[in-house]
Structure formats: C-alpha cells, structure tokens
Ligand binder design. Structure first.
Ligand code: GLP
Length: 239
C-alpha cells in the first residue's frame, strides 16, 4: 500500500488525478467512480486536464453505489451527481456511465444485475474511493462482510446524518441503497482512496493501521495487492 500525504484537499485532487491520468495513459478503460464530497477536487482536476487534452472517449465508468427510491432524475441520485460533477464535463459517452438502478421496482434484482455486469467485464481497472466517518466505503456500513457482493443495504443513522447536508432534511435522506460489496470493490485491479479533513482522521487510521475487520469496512484495503491512498495532512494526522 502506498500512502501519500499532501498539504490540502486541492493537493489530494492533483495527486489522485495524476494516478488516474497515468492509468488512462497506460490503457485503463474501466474506471470505478465514487460520489460524495471526497472525490470532488479530483474530478475538478480531471475536468481541467480534459480541457488540456486528456480523453475519456474509450472509457467505461462504473459507479460504486446508488440511493434506492429517489425519483428518476432526482438531483441527489448518484447517477445525476456524477454527471454534474464529472461526466457531463468530459468526453465520456453517457451510455458508458453505469450504475445500480435505484429506481428499479425490485432493488434486489437491480443489485444482482449490476453485480453481473461488473462480473462480466471482469471488474474495473482503477476504483476511486472516499471513506465515510464510520469507515464505510461505497455504502458498506460497519458489519458488512469482507466477502460481500453488490446488494441492498440499510444506511446507519450516522451516514444519513452525514449525508443530510445534500437533502432538505434528514427525513428526505433515503434509508436504503444499492452498493457494490467489499469483495466486488476488491476485484478492481487498483484501489485509490482519497480523504481530506480532520473529520476523516479516525476512520483513515482505523482503516489503514487498525485490524482488518468488518467493523471498519475500509480495512479490507489492507488485503488488496495494489492500493494508493492520498490524504491531506488533516486526514493523516492520526497515522
Ligand atoms: C458516501 C458515499 C461514499 C463516500 C462516503 C464519504 O455516503 N456512499 O462513496 O465515499 O460516503 O462521503 P464524503 O466524501 O461526502 O465525505
């Protein structure tokens, strides 16, 4: 595992974009994308580099997770968030941006279909990840099996409180989600975790230096042969 500590969030974005640009230039065609605040500086940097010539025209992108039950086109659905934050601003084919269907009548079927899709392509080349304050990755809350595959999960109150800032009130934050499982995420060739801010420091320390345990889902990274972690100084301060 390679851990890079840089001064601030913008530095995290630049370093993570360096890793992704390098992967794209070496033939990465399946890119795993994350949502939430953590990757925003990375996406801003990728958009800037796209304007300078970095192309995503040959890339298929795969989202980690999605809320269940938001109306199609809801601005906070991850399908819309990723368009707004990244894919509408680069030259990726919108039909090649994939994610779990949170609007499906049967979310379990939608989860299984997404797992099959990921299995059929053999996993992504590089998976970008944020980390929740409780150590979750994707929406794999504490207690998620390290061997889990894509499935429907119930969010903890902590995660709903963390994400309430994106919704009008806590009551509007969905309770259920579809998320790639920890084993699904681990099938990526390269995992790239980004975190910034002091509020992530405890989760980062537990994930990288604590025991490998379902109580801290991100600790599964310790089992993966190719992991890059990019942190700002605040997120790294308990390492
Ligand atoms: C969210 C997402 C994760 C994200 C994490 C951290 O709920 N499902 O993919 O990495 O929680 O969120 P943020 O980056 O906004 O702190």
């Amino acid at each position: 595992m390679e851990i890079a500590v840089v001064a601030d969030e913008q530095g995290v974005g630049r370093s993570a974009a360096d890793v992704l640009e390098e992967a794209l230039r070496h033939g990465c065609r399946r890119l795993g994308l994350a949502t939430g605040s953590s990757p925003l500086a990375t996406y801003a940097e990728l958009v800037r580099r796209h304007r300078e010539g970095l192309s995503f025209a040959e890339v298929d992108a795969y989202l980690l997770d999605e809320y269940v039950g938001l109306a199609p086109g809801h601005p906070e659905s991850y399908a819309r968030v990723i368009r707004r934050e990244l894919t509408d601003a680069i030259d990726i084919d919108p039909a090649r941006v994939h994610g779990p269907d949170g609007t499906a009548r049967d979310p379990r079927e939608a989860a299984a279909a997404y797992e099959s899709l990921l299995g059929a392509v053999g996993g992504v080349d590089v998976q970008l990840l944020g980390i929740g304050t409780n150590g979750h990755i994707g929406f794999n809350e504490p207690g998620s099996s390290l061997g889990s595959r894509t499935r429907v999960k119930t969010l903890t109150l902590q995660t709903r409180l963390d994400n309430a800032r994106f919704f009008a009130s806590l009551g509007k934050v969905p309770v259920h989600v579809i998320t790639q499982g920890l084993a699904t995420i681990s099938s990526a060739g390269h995992l790239l975790l980004v975190a910034s801010g002091a509020h992530k420091a405890a989760a980062v320390a537990a994930a990288l230096e604590g025991p490998v345990t379902a109580s801290c889902p991100a600790s599964v990274l310790q089992l993966h042969p190719h992991v890059t972690v990019v942190l700002d100084e605040a997120a790294a301060r308990l390492l």
